[in-house]
Each structure stands twice: as C-alpha cells, then as structure tokens.
Design a binder for this molecule. Sequence first.
Ligand SMILES: [Zn+2]
Length: 282
Amino acid sequence: MNEKKVLLAVLAHPDDETFGTGGSLAYYAGIGVDVHLVCATRGEVGEVDPELLGEFSSVGELREHELRCAAGYLGLAGVHFLNYRDSGMAGSPENHHPQALAAADQQKVIGEIVQYIRLLKPQVVITFDPIGGYMHPDHIAIHKAADKAFYAATDPAQYPSDLPAWKAQKLYYHTFPRGFLRTTVWLMKLTGKDPSKFGKNKDIDLTKISEVKFPIHAVVDYRNVLEKKKQAVACHASQGGMRITSGFLDKLRKVFGISDQYMRAYPPPLGVREHDLFEDVS
Ligand SMILES: [Zn+2]
C-alpha cells in the first residue's frame, strides 16, 4: 500500500511533459498528488536558436534547465532522467547514435522504468499513445517500454532488484481527438500545402497521424491550472512556437477546450468516460 496518491508520467524529451500532458500534471500536483516524471532524454537533437544557448555548454544542458523550470510551475515532486540521447525524427542519422533512445536495448529501458515504478509506487502511470502522438521514434520507443514496464513491475521475478514488486492500478496513453486534425489536413490540401510534410523540418506526416484513431476514455479538465501550464510552456523557450507541440497543439487546445485526453490501457475500459485518472483507485 501507498498512503500517498502518486502519478508517474513516463515521457521522452524535456517539453513533452508540458506541451502534451502539462495541464493534467499541474492539475494533479495542485490537488496534492505526488507527480513524478521519468524523462528518457535531454532533447539533445532539438533545434535551438544559438542566442538562447547562452551560458549552457550544450543543447541537452539548456533543455534540462528548461524542464526543471517547467517542473517548478507544474509542481512536480521529482524529475528522473534515464540518460538516453534524443533520436531525432524517423530517418535522421541521430537515430543510429550509440546512446540514442531509438537504438537502445529495449530490455534495459524497460528495466530502468520498472525500478522507478517500484521506487515511486504510483497508482497511475501515463505515457504516449502507440504512435507516440506524432510518430516521433523516441515517443514510440518510450511508449513500448513503459507499457511493458507497467506489467513487469508487478512480478518480482522480472528485473529483480532490492525494491519490492509494485502493482500500479491504472495505465493511460495520452492522445488527442482526430476530428480537427482531419479538417486541417483537408484545408492544407485545398490550399496547395502538403500535410504529409508538416512542421519546421517537414518531417511530420499529418495525413498518416490523422488516419490512426485512438479511443478516448478519460478527459482531464485543467482550466483551473491553465496559468501554471502557460508558465511551464514559457520555460521551454528554446522550443517555443517552432514545433507541432507548441504551435499546432495550441490550436487544437483552442478548439477542444482546456483538457487532456487519454486512452485507458489498463484496466480495460468499461465504456464510460472518466474525468479523473484516479477514479476507482484504492
Ligand atoms: Zn518529445
């Protein structure tokens, strides 16, 4: 048993916690839940304006600093790095860097997440959906590893350590509704733009993403902590306005209101829409 309510988010890069799930993390931290983040990389491959690098010796160092700033506003109880390297988008040479998350031994990544689950004892775990939101190789890698770790943590025979096995009660995948995305794809085609080459680096395929649909089982309203999320977004200055996460998802938010959407992976959904990830948690 864990007396305290604990939420663990298992994500890939500094900024995923804010642009993706920031509203929910701030909401739960605000009502007294211990919210922890396992972040697999330091976002080393993210594009950064050289002026922003300032006193930092590397992009990874700057982005860790931005993440810690955001974690302060979101009210996170802990930030835990797995120390892999950002893999960049699919097809980029960064995918093959020896420390790249996308190239890492999956068993090792699972084992590390298992230890954090046993150490932090969350009742609820959240991670990316099976296509990693927008098909980033690191998001997909961490989704697969977190998914396997969620179940493996319950079995003392798997990834044995000094820590006792821990059974988290619920697993959710963060996702977003596709209706608006489909309209965007349609409008882009209509105006002669190619939705399969979206984003600053033209490496985001909106057409493909819009064709994969995930059911939404839980919606977390975070309007009461919107200011905290905005402050956390501002911390990620090096990634501001340049990416799908800040520009495109911001538009999504305007259309769908101030909430985060989740698909429930465990236990199997019951056909009712939840409004609290801790519903039925004992
Ligand atoms: Zn990311």
